[in-house]
Ligand binder design. Structure first.
Ligand code: PLP
Ligand code: ZN
Length: 412
């Protein structure tokens, strides 16, 4: 870890050695990994990346807190495509829109970036078992990335987790504990079990290395944009680790001179569960909310990374906007129809937020916006069908097809 200085508490400023097993500060605050940016700047530049043939998140190793001799884990994580979404931009009335489809990671969500990092750090710690609690995607990504690396997993999910994600867990051979309770209850039980059995902890925000994995999405999107900084980066927010990681990545690039300014963050939550956005909008401290949205991955009533997330949005001069479940379903249809991108509800919530901010006049239609799709729609087929409906059902007969077309006003 040539360029890592240590870990620093975001609340009290206490400093720690960056051991692979560090969790939170004694004061309860969340740790942040610190780098020597001047040293990175002296040894690593965009020109080096042009020579790199590693098409994964590990192409940014000088910016990552891993030992030099730590092997990258087996699954290919990262380097998801960035699409210029002109048709969707047209529909939304926006000049320039890019979609980064992080549903194309090996277990089909952005969480793979954090889980790949967790697997490397667990190996550095000499652990053979990793545990986490999750709304679903952190779980399935941990289970898959750990399975590929030969580590075993104990996974706690709320019983509401969509079937697709649970199926992934089972296929990846995790020991799955489906908790009859909220995400908050699930998190508490996992914490008790981790304390009891001493497994390597991949819980959101507790483990400071996770957002270091997630930040690679920012490196990629900036490299894919040839370091031309967009005006906004939009994404959905649950625990807040993802948006905090995105901001960390952008700031890393800014501090080392890879980019010359910073975009604003667009923090999007569901109306039925928006404790962080409520804090941003009112200026009050955050307080818990019910977990009342179909976007299960961001149904987080007690966000675990509130401090870092709120700080990121505020520091960027960003915007917080909430969307209804109906607006989320509409974004699923829009992304599918205009771009061929199928996102799960929380995956498209950022895009729903872009539409909403334009409707509310909160961003200039001449802006350049990147919207990160954080998870694939096949993980939650039930909501895909809820968004788009059932197909017509016909007998195997051309006349039947003609009348079915007539009934629906389809004129081939
Ligand atoms: C986890 C997740 C998010 C939100 O990330 P947080 O770190 O919880 O804020 C958004 N979308 C998807 C698909 C996720 O799995
Ligand atoms: Zn502290």
């Amino acid at each position: 870890m040539k360029y890592v200085l240590g870990a620093k508490c975001t609340r009290c400023g206490a400093e720690y050695e960056a051991l692979p097993t560090i969790t939170t500060c004694k004061c309860g605050g969340i740790l942040d990994i610190q780098y020597s940016y001047s040293a990175i700047r002296d040894h690593f530049s965009p020109a080096d990346l042009e020579q790199t043939r590693d098409w994964s998140m590990w192409r940014y190793r000088p910016f990552l807190p891993v030992e030099e001799d730590s092997p990258a884990p087996p699954l290919r994580v990262g380097w998801s495509p960035l699409y210029k979404a002109d048709r969707l931009a047209g529909v939304l009335g926006l000049k320039t829109l890019y979609i980064k489809d992080d549903g194309q990671n090996p277990t089909a969500s952005l969480k793979d970036r954090a889980s790949a990092m967790a697997v490397v750090k667990a190996r550095e710690a000499g652990a053979d078992t990793i545990a986490c609690s999750s709304t679903g995607n952190a779980a399935s990504s941990l289970a898959g990335n750990a399975a590929a690396a030969g580590l075993s997993t104990y996974i706690f999910v709320p019983s509401r987790a969509p079937k697709g994600k649970v199926a992934q867990l089972m296929i990846f051979g995790a020991t799955v504990i489906s908790v009859d309770g909220s995400y908050e209850d699930t998190f508490a039980l996992s914490k008790a079990a981790i304390d009891r059995w001493g497994w390597y902890n991949r819980n959101a925000a507790i483990n400071p290395y996770l957002s270091e994995g997630k930040k690679t999405v920012s490196f990629e999107l900036m490299e894919q944009l040839h370091w031309q900084v967009p005006d906004y980066v939009a994404l959905s927010v649950g625990d807040g680790c993802t948006i905090a990681g995105v901001w960390k990545g952008l700031k890393d690039l800014y501090e080392t001179g890879f980019i010359d300014r910073l975009p604003k963050l667009l923090s999007v939550q569901a109306e039925g569960c928006c404790p962080l956005n409520r804090a941003l909008q009112t200026g009050e401290p955050w307080s818990p909310m019910e977990e009342n949205t179909l976007a299960d991955s961001i149904a987080v009533g007690v966000p675990r990374n509130a401090d870092k997330a709120l700080n990121a949005v505020r520091e960027s001069g960003g915007i917080a906007v909430n969307v209804s479940d109906e607006e989320i379903l509409e974004a699923m249809r829009l992304l599918g129809r205009t771009q061929g991108v199928f996102g799960e509800p929380a995956g498209v919530t950022g895009t729903a937020g872009v539409k909403k901010t334009l409707e509310l006049g909160l961003i200039d239609p001449d802006s350049t916006v990147v919207s990160i799709v954080t998870g694939n729609g096949l993980k939650d087929v039930a909501n895909g069908i809820r968004a788009a409906g059932e197909p017509m059902l016909v007998r195997p007969d051309l006349d039947a097809l003609l009348s079915a077309f007539d009934a629906r006003n389809i004129r081939p």
